[in-house]
Design a protein around this ligand. Structure first.
Ligand code: GDD
Ligand code: MN
Length: 372
């Protein structure tokens, strides 16, 4: 039997607009933001969906306490997961409203723009972007100059490589038809920060887009979760999207770390041979161990920072990394000395062994070390 759904229009109007608010350690900002939304959205059927990744500061409890008395507010508390893009997508997918907006929790985005954005969508736009780069818009003092440089370079690249037809694809403040996101949701990377760029680059047809300038405000409470690694991750997303999604961002980052590991491997190998007079096998063994530790730490910091292991788990992870890669190590020493038997330059043999172990390391570690 079909379940009967009763619609009680007199008491409660279903939201036309869902505002998805990703949050991590924003407990002081949520109440202020909700209050301001209530003011600017008078007469609109709206809801706010706070998507919190189980912030240690108890943001979700604050959001739920508000939701208990304010029917405009609800909160998704995600356990064991981190990631701005994933949080945005999950919030959007939890909505039934025809229109969704994404907005930071930290009050850096100008909520007074929302009615104008909504009007643009009602008027036929499919995407409205709160943009820091169109005339009248500014980055204010909200971004460090290093971040601003990274952001501007990345934007220029996106426009060139991905044929993005508006000015601020890095913006975290936008409004869009929910339907459009539902269609491409499976293609969006969960780990990154660049959810808008990802959505736009995944669209089969370009969206009718309107940009509205705004001033990116300074953060007053809490701190930014975006570090300089964001730019590296963003470049990964560009390459990934440019290759039509064939190479996942995670793999590209792993490969980059691996490349740096090769450098570490070779330096260790040569140092052991030349400075400490090690024989080939021992020098290769030492190089593999040092490179493995390097790769583990860097991947934990960069590639898997959403699943970053800390404290005791870091130790367990390192040991598991050694164990699963021991096959790779043995193979590396074996293959390396086998090739060395043909008398090429010693570094060629060493490098061949290193590449082999890198493949092992990748396959094994994604399944065992960072499986969570
Ligand atoms: N759920 C969840 N999970 N939320 C997160 C996470 C996470 O892992 N990381 C950050 N957030 C939330 C923050 O709490 C904040 O509400 C919002 O996402 C933006 O994070 P910030 O750390 O404040 O980012 P920002 O101000 O440095 O960067 C902003 O500007 C960029 C443009 O340069 C963001 O709007 C970016 O999306 C934007 O690209
Ligand atoms: Mn911010």
């Amino acid at each position: 039997m079909e379940p009967r759904i009763t619609i009680q229009t007199e008491q409660y109007q279903a939201p036309e607009l869902s505002i998805v608010i990703p949050s991590y350690n924003e407990r002081a900002n949520i109440p202020v933001l909700v209050e301001r939304l209530g003011h600017v959205l008078k007469g609109v059927a709206w809801e706010a969906i706070v998507v919190d990744d189980d912030s240690p500061d108890g943001t979700s409890a604050v959001a739920k306490a508000i939701g208990a008395v304010n029917p405009h507010v609800r909160c998704i508390r995600r356990i064991g997961r981190r990631g701005l893009s994933g949080a945005c997508i999950e919030g959007i997918l939890s909505s039934s409203a025809p229109i969704v907006a994404v907005m930071d929790a930290d009050l850096q985005h100008d909520e007074s723009l929302l009615p104008q954005m909504l009007a643009a969508i009602r008027g036929g736009a499919e995407l409205v972007v709160g943009s820091r780069y169109v005339e009248g818009g500014t980055t204010g003092d909200g971004l460090s100059s290093w971040r601003r440089w990274g952001s501007e370079t990345a934007t220029a690249l996106a426009k060139k490589l991905l044929k993005v037809n508006f000015n601020d694809p890095m913006s975290g403040f936008f409004m869009i038809l929910r339907d459009k996101v539902e269609g491409v949701a499976p293609k969006i990377a969960r780990e990154g920060f660049k959810v808008l760029l990802d959505i736009v680059a995944s669209m089969p047809e370009p969206l009718k887009t309107v940009e509205i300038p705004f001033t990116f405000r300074e953060r007053l409470e809490g701190e930014s979760k975006l570090d300089s690694l964001v730019t590296a991750e963003y470049l990964g997303l560009l390459v990934s999207k440019f290759t039509g999604g064939v190479l996942p961002v995670r793999f590209l980052m792993f490969a980059t770390v691996g490349a740096s590991g090769v450098f570490i491997h070779l330096s260790t190998f040569l140092t052991c041979q030349k400075v400490f007079d090690f024989g080939f096998e021992w020098a290769q063994f030492a190089a593999v161990m040092v490179a493995m530790t390097w790769n583990f730490l860097l991947n934990n910091q960069l590639t898997y920072r959403d699943k970053r292991l800390r404290g005791f788990a870091l130790l367990v992870g390192l040991v598991s990394f050694y164990v699963v890669c021991s096959v790779g190590t043995v193979a590396s020493v074996g293959v390396g000395s086998w090739i060395n038997g043909f008398q090429p330059a010693a570094w060629v043999a060493s490098l061949a062994g290193a590449l082999l172990s890198a493949v092992f390391n990748y396959a094994a570690s994604s399944v065992v070390t960072w499986r969570k």
